[in-house]
Design a protein around this ligand. Structure first.
Ligand code: AMP
Ligand code: GLY
Length: 422
């Protein structure tokens, strides 16, 4: 088969790396890809946002299956457009992708089908939102309704912060149209996990859980990022809890979406808070997490392409995914300044030395090749990923890889996996 992977991050490098191992994969393309992906796939210079460009390329190149990484392409309807010209794709339709594209849509589904989540209200008017805040007694979370590149969520410690959040989103329009409406939520306390299931419209099978590290600095301090490291599996999700999540959260969501006339296909990424009252949904994403995808791909022992294809074809019942019992742990190396302002073009050395370490893979995110060297080309740049018998062993090996990389312009967190190691 001819496969096209859409995207350019570490997630897409890991997807390409796993798909390339499948005997079914005869030729692999990536749009636009990155310097690491270029080693295993033919990169074509089409941006992931360029929906018509991707459809045109997939048609003219006779691509059999398109695997889509980022949410914006899904929300914009890339799967619908590919299906309309007879090309299979991995991911939900635009309608089902509203699960991530609109927090109000997601929360309405959760409420209607009785799926545990934080209590919430939606507001279109800043004054009405503030009046509601005035009446609340506990801590609140204020969220822009639309897609805001992961930044539209403001955790408020008191009412003044909540009023300011309303002004920031609805008056100053910090996230543009995404702030036409806001959600005000109950502040949940607990351990946060990323749970992944594959879905073929009717059926869902669990993949695995992972834990991300969102804050930029050690100890969870500093600004939120796309994720500075991850590991899987996590002791926070036992076999029993996984079954509970499937029965009480994933399956009712899938059934609900069928009843709403927008059956879900693809990977369902459920952000969960494990509270004292059990797991509650923080958010749904309609794609793999980044960097969670990389640790999942490092652990999968089955044919990933077959599993992704089964989602698109409605044949997930035939699939049984085998996982390594080892822990995969990933450390992100990012450009100094990320998630704020950062430069591009600094030279990265030592990648071959790191790759020579057993059971270690360096996934590229924001990299490109310039005059035969690899240079940084983004905020999150590398994901150094190791397998180990325990979280501690995987942690030690991953940092051995980080030490082998010579990149003065980069930084990393030194505590990835701390919760599980502690
Ligand atoms: P979201 O994009 O909705 O997942 O929110 C980003 C981050 O904000 C989450 O990963 C949580 O760490 C935090 N968060 C969001 N909603 C809540 C909530 N209701 N209670 C506590 N923390 C939250
Ligand atoms: N790492 C979290 C995400 O991909 O949204």
């Amino acid at each position: 088969m001819k496969i096209l992977v859409v995207g350019s991050g570490g997630r897409e490098h890991a997807l390409c790396w796993a798909i390339a191992k499948s005997p079914k994969c005869a030729k692999l393309y990536a749009a636009p890809g990155n310097a690491g992906i270029a080693d295993i796939a033919e990169c074509v210079d089409i941006n992931a946002h360029d929906i018509s460009g991707i459809v045109k390329f997939a048609t003219s190149t006779k691509i059999d299956f398109v695997v889509i990484g980022p949410e914006d392409a899904l929300v914009a309807g890339l799967v619908d457009k590919l299906n309309a010209v007879g090309i299979k794709a991995f991911g939900p339709s635009a309608k089902a992708a509203q699960l991530e594209g609109s927090k109000a849509f997601m929360k309405d589904i959760l409420a209607k089908y009785d799926i545990p989540t934080a209590a919430y209200e939606t507001f279109n008017e800043p004054d009405v939102a503030k009046e509601y805040i005035r009446r609340q007694s506990s801590r609140l979370v204020v969220k822009a309704n639309g897609l805001a590149a992961g930044k539209g969520v403001i955790l408020c410690h008191n009412k003044n912060e909540a009023y300011a959040a309303i002004d920031h989103i609805m008056i100053e329009r910090a996230f543009g149209e995404a702030g036409d409406a806001v959600l005000i939520e109950e502040f949940m306390v607990g351990e946060e996990v990323s749970f992944f299931a594959l879905v073929d419209g009717e059926h869902a099978i669990p993949m695995a859980a992972a834990q991300d590290h969102k804050a930029v600095h050690d100890g969870g301090i500093g600004a939120n990022t796309g994720g500075m490291g991850a590991y899987s599996p996590t002791p926070a999700v036992t076999q029993k809890l996984q079954q509970h999540i499937m029965d009480n959260i994933i399956t009712p969501t899938i059934k609900g979406l069928v009843a709403e006339g927008c059956p879900y296909k693809g990977v369902l990424f459920c952000g969960l808070m494990i509270t004292d009252e059990g797991p509650k949904v923080l958010e749904y994403n309609v794609r793999f997490g980044d960097p969670e995808c990389q640790v999942l791909m490092a652990r999968i022992q089955s044919d990933v392409l077959e599993a992704l294809l089964a989602c698109a074809e409605g044949k997930l019942d035939d699939i049984n995914i085998k996982w390594s019992t080892e822990t995969a742990l990933l450390v992100v190396m990012a450009t100094n300044g990320y998630p704020g302002h950062y430069g591009k073009g600094s030279v990265i050395k030592g990648l071959d030395q790191a790759a020579a370490i057993e059971n270690l893979t360096v996934f590229h995110a924001g990299t490109k090749t310039k005059a035969n060297t690899i240079v940084a080309n983004g905020g999150r740049v590398l994901g150094v990923t190791a397998l180990g018998k325990t979280v501690k062993e995987a942690h030690e090996k991953a940092y051995e890889g980080v030490q082998a990389i010579d990149w003065p312009d980069g930084f990393f967190r030194s505590d990835i996996g701390w919760r599980a190691i502690k």
